[in-house]
Design a protein around this ligand. Structure first.
Ligand code: F6P
Length: 341
C-alpha cells in the first residue's frame, strides 16, 4: 500500500511519535510505502511531500513539534479543494491518507471522507477537547508544563506577597486549567465553560489575605470570560482562519484584582511554551498506539474513522461523531476541586 500522512493545525507534543509509529508499522510490518505531506493540508493540496522511511523518522520519538510542519490551511476553505485533494491522491497512487490534527483538521478529514476519499484520522490537541476520545496526546505534556510553572510561580508570589494570575491555553474548554490548577493547588480556577463573577474571584482571593496568607494563584484558561456586564472586558480579534486571538484575560483580571484588593497582581501568560518541547512518556505511548492503530485501520479499509482512547483500549470511532461537539469540562468535575469558582 501507499499511505500519506500529514500534521495540521496547532502543533502538539507527540506528533512526531505518531509519524514514527505510522512509518514503522506500515513499512516494517506491512511492507507499505509512506509519504509525508509538508505543512498539513497545504502539502496535499499543492502536492508538496517527501518519502518517509525508517531513516527519516530515526530519533524523532522524543522530539516536540512536527518534522512535517503544520499549517491551518483547510481544503474546505479553498475553491475546488476537495477535488484537488482527490486528484493528488490518485496521481500519487495513494491508498489512504492519515491526517493528524485537532477539531478543524478532523472536520476537514470528515469532509474528504464524505466525498469518498480514503481517510483515517488521528486526533491531537493539548486542549483535550475532542469528543469520542478519553484523552488526546499532548494534553499530559501541557499539563505538566503548566503545573511546573505554577509550582515555580508560587514561591515568587509568596516572596512578594502578590496575586499571580496565570493564563493557560484552552480556547473553548478548561481542561488544562482544571488539571494544572488542581495539581498545583491553585486558589481559583477559571474556565470557559463557566463565565466567572469577578466579585467572587476577588472575595476568594481577598479571604486568603485576610486569613493571613501571603499570596494567591489564580489559573485562568485563555478562553474564560466574565459574566456579562460585570467587568470591563476586551474581546479578542480573529485571525485569517477565524480563530479568536485572545486579548489576555489574565492581564484584565490582574487590573481588576489589583484595583479591588489593593494587592499587587501580575499576569503570567504561559502561551506556546505549553505546546513546545519533548512529550511526556504518557503522550509518547498514546501517540505511538494511535499511529499503530491508524495503519491497521487503513489495512482493514476502515475509512471515515479516527483512533480514540476508551479506557485503556484504542478503538476506531466515526469522524462524524468525533467532530460534532467539543468535550467540555463537566460541571461535576468542578465540584471535585475546591478552588473552582
Ligand atoms: O492547539 C489549540 C491551542 O493550543 C489553543 O488552546 C490556543 O488558543 C491555540 O492553540 C493557539 O494557536 P496558535 O497561536 O498557534 O494559532
Amino acid at each position: 500500500m501507499r499511505i500519506g500522512v500529514l500534521t495540521s493545525g496547532g502543533d502538539c507534543p507527540g506528533l512526531n511519535a505518531v509519524i514514527r509509529s505510522v512509518v514503522h508499522r506500515a513499512t516494517v510490518d506491512h511492507g507499505d510505502e509512506v509519504i509525508g505531506f509538508h505543512d498539513g493540508w497545504r502539502g496535499l493540496l499543492e502536492c508538496d511531500y517527501r518519502r518517509l522511511d525508517l531513516d527519516a523518522v530515526g530519533g524523532i520519538l522524543a522530539q516536540g513539534g512536527t518534522i512535517l510542519g503544520s499549517s491551518r490551511v483547510q481544503p474546505a476553505h479553498l475553491r475546488g479543494g476537495v477535488e484537488q485533494a482527490r486528484g493528488h491522491l490518485r496521481d500519487l497512487g495513494l491508498d489512504a491518507v492519515i491526517p493528524i490534527g485537532g477539531e478543524g483538521t478532523l472536520k476537514a478529514a470528515r469532509l474528504l471522507s464524505d466525498a469518498g476519499l480514503p481517510v483515517v484520522g488521528v486526533p491531537k490537541t493539548i486542549d483535550n477537547d475532542i469528543e469520542s476520545t478519553d484523552v488526546t496526546f499532548g494534553f499530559d505534556t501541557a499539563v505538566g508544563v503548566a503545573t511546573e510553572a505554577l509550582d515555580r510561580l508560587k514561591t515568587t508570589a509568596e516572596s512578594h506577597q502578590r496575586v499571580l494570575i496565570v493564563e493557560v491555553m484552552g480556547r473553548h474548554t478548561g481542561w488544562i486549567a482544571l488539571h494544572s490548577g488542581m495539581a498545583a493547588g491553585a486558589h481559583a480556577i477559571l474556565v470557559p465553560e463557566r463565565p466567572f463573577d469577578i466579585d467572587e474571584v476577588a472575595a476568594r482571593v481577598g479571604e486568603r489575605f485576610t486569613a493571613g496568607k501571603k499570596f494567591a494563584i489564580v489559573v485562568v484558561a485563555e478562553g474564560a470570560k466574565p459574566l456579562p456586564e460585570t467587568m470591563k472586558f476586551e474581546e479578542g480579534a480573529r485571525d485569517v482562519y477565524g480563530h479568536e486571538r485572545f486579548s489576555g484575560v489574565a492581564r484584565q483580571l490582574s487590573l481588576e484584582l489589583e484595583g479591588r484588593l489593593g494587592k499587587e497582581a501580575r499576569p503570567v501568560i504561559l502561551g506556546h511554551v505549553q505546546r513546545g518541547g519533548t512529550p511526556t512518556a504518557y503522550d509518547r505511548v498514546l501517540a505511538t498506539r494511535f499511529g499503530w492503530h491508524a495503519v491497521e485501520a487503513v489495512h482493514r479499509g476502515e475509512f471515515g474513522r479516527m483512533t480514540a482512547l476508551r479506557g485503556t483500549d484504542i478503538t476506531m470511532v466515526p469522524l462524524a461523531a468525533a467532530v460534532e461537539t467539543l468535550k467540555t469540562v463537566p460541571a461535576a468535575r468542578y465540584e471535585e476541586c475546591g478552588a473552582v469558582l
